[in-house]
Design a protein around this ligand. Structure first.
Ligand SMILES: Cc1cc2nc3c(=O)[nH]c(=O)nc-3n(C[C@H](O)[C@H](O)[C@H](O)COP(=O)(O)OP(=O)(O)OC[C@H]3O[C@@H](n4cnc5c(N)ncnc54)[C@H](O)[C@@H]3O)c2cc1C
Length: 499
């Protein structure tokens, strides 16, 4: 998209995704001259597991773009279920999503859908949006006031653009925040790591969230008939992927969270078979069995067995496991285990251990076979922060100004909500309005940030995490109320633009 020859804008926004494109949309609707610049490609994907909370869906509805997200095939989510512990029939809380304020479901659009819909709407409202262009410098005058940016497009051409306001919507590693020295006013540092992937073939009744000691997971229906399935864990555990591989770790944490996406052993993957070898010579524990059963119904080949025999005096490594899983889902027989126990005190080789393979009784979301589509996406975890979010000629919105652990799946909701608070402050004009933007954002952010940190720490038992979810739900209720109240004051488009 070529830039029009316009030397001056009311606002230049660095970053054009959830926060940047929303802010561009709202400011352009109010008649401001807006340019948004993003270094990623139009319609491209980015790291995220997609779940939008009710305030975000209400805003998309109010901004007139929710229909486009529905038309893109994003499934309606009418129920959300929290599972606590490993017992299949165990502790669960089901929440029905009831129609309210013109919204009758939640949605979890892929970022290729959400960000594109917001960019398109911003352009239709009159904003200019340039992709594949990187902002390299934030410009300041001799008094230190921010006056514009310098950027380079995909062909390597450089541009200078002046603006009354430069808005950093450029994510956690915000160039704008760094350039203006935005003070960090609060941090959290007990992040969770996560791995997610997309599954085909799950028949879901809404979103599912799983919490068990030291493990959590979520199953989120999204576009293309896929479900985004993530696991979360402490960062120390995440490092195990270096030794056992990302795939094995993913399946291991799925199992430990109580999720069983492949209970039907007749097709697809059987993962994370725990084999108790206590009955055989040189007792031990086999974990992380990946089974490709594509060779036929009810039988197949188990490969890639990592065995941790550290509980046993004869610690060592088990390899070459031949497994007959013809017993069906949830049961089987592992035979012909070649164990090299050379590392242990006993030394030597053990053969032909017969063992019951106990597939743990995780919950199955669907009786159909589920298949992982594409590669897994790792996220090592990152500390949370809250930054001062406005100053002379600049402002921050979205992750650039506030990042909390993603385990509570709230960043997109915050990005949309804070975009609207910022747009209203800009359109009201003056330092007092900008100060109100920051104080109202912080008032909401701090509790959410601390709660996210505590949930992500995994320093809890199930009763505690349940209580924290209850508290989270109360905070979201308050946030929803505040978002709804914005309807009773003038919309950004109706506010007079005075910067
Ligand atoms: C693993 C994971 C899972 C998550 N799951 C959820 C979830 O389920 N629900 C939820 O609500 N939130 C979730 N989040 C959080 C959510 O993804 C973020 O809060 C959200 O992306 C913030 O949007 P943003 O627009 O502020 O920033 P971003 O989405 O990070 O966009 C910033 C943009 O700025 C651009 N940019 C950066 N620097 C420059 C530059 N110099 N020049 C030009 N462009 C630049 C980047 O290319 C990028 O496109 C998750 C996050 C992670 C890490």
């Amino acid at each position: 998209m070529p830039i029009r020859q316009q030397s001056r804008y009311d606002a230049v926004i660095v970053g054009a995704r959830a926060a940047g494109a929303s802010t561009a949309l709202l400011l352009a609707q109010a008649g401001l001259r807006v340019l948004a610049i993003d270094k990623s490609a139009y319609g491209s994907d980015t790291t995220s597991t997609h779940a939008l909370m009710r305030p975000a869906v209400l805003q998309l509805h109010r901004w007139g773009v929710l229909d486009r997200i529905v038309e893109a095939g994003t499934p309606a989510i009418r129920k959300t279920t929290f599972h606590y512990g490993l017992d299949r029939e165990g502790d669960r809380i089901e929440v029905d999503i009831r129609p309210k304020d013109g919204v009758d479901a939640l949605y979890a659009p892929r970022r290729t859908v959400l960000d594109t819909v917001l960019v398109d709407a911003a352009v239709e409202a009159g904003a200019e949006v340039i992709h594949d262009a990187t902002v390299q410098e934030v410009l300041r005058d001799s008094d230190g006031r921010v006056t514009g940016v310098r950027f380079r497009d995909a062909l390597g051409f450089g541009y200078r653009v002046d603006a009354d306001l430069v808005i950093g919507a450029d994510g956690v590693r915000s160039l704008v925040a760094r350039s203006v020295g935005a003070e960090v006013t609060r941090t959290t540092n007990r992040p969770a790591a996560c791995i997610y992937g997309y599954w085909r073939g799950l028949e879901l009744d809404g979103t599912h969230w799983y919490y068990a000691p030291d493990a959590a997971a979520g199953v989120i229906p999204t576009n293309d008939g896929h479900a985004c399935v993530f696991v979360a864990m402490r960062p120390e555990r995440f490092l195990r992927h270096r030794s056992i591989g990302l795939d094995a770790l993913y399946h291991e944490v799925l199992r430990d969270s109580g999720v069983d996406l492949a209970r039907d052993a007749n097709a697809g993957w059987v993962s994370n078979v725990d084999a108790d070898l206590a009955g055989g010579a040189n007792a031990g524990w086999v974990s992380n069995v990946d089974a490709d059963l594509s060779g036929g119904a009810g039988a197949g080949w188990v490969s890639n067995v990592d065995a941790d025999l550290s509980r046993d005096a004869n610690a060592g490594w088990v390899r070459n496991v031949d497994a007959d899983l013809s017993g069906g889902a949830g049961a089987g027989w592992i035979r012909n285990v070649d164990a090299d126990l050379a590392g242990g005190a006993g030394g030597g080789s053990v053969r032909r251990v017969d063992a019951d393979a106990r597939v743990p009784s995780g919950r199955s979301l669907s009786p159909v076979a589920a298949t992982l589509v594409g590669k897994l996406h790792p996220f090592a975890g990152a500390p949370g922060f809250l930054r001062r979010s406005w100053g002379e000629g600049w402002a921050l919105v979205g992750d650039a100004g506030f990042f909390r652990d993603p385990l509570t799946a709230h960043g997109l909701t915050d990005a949309l909500r804070h975009a609207e608070l910022l747009a209203r402050a800009i359109l009201t004009g003056g330092d007092a309005a900008m100060a109100t933007y920051q104080t109202s954002r912080d008032a909401e952010a701090i509790e959410l940030m601390d709660l996210s940190d505590e949930i992500a720490s995994f320093d809890w038992d199930l009763e505690h995490v349940k209580a924290m979810h209850h508290q989270l739900s109360k905070l979201m209720g308050r946030e929803y109320g505040a978002t709804r109240e914005l309807d009773s004051v003038a919309s950004p488009a109706a506010l007079q633009a005075v910067i």
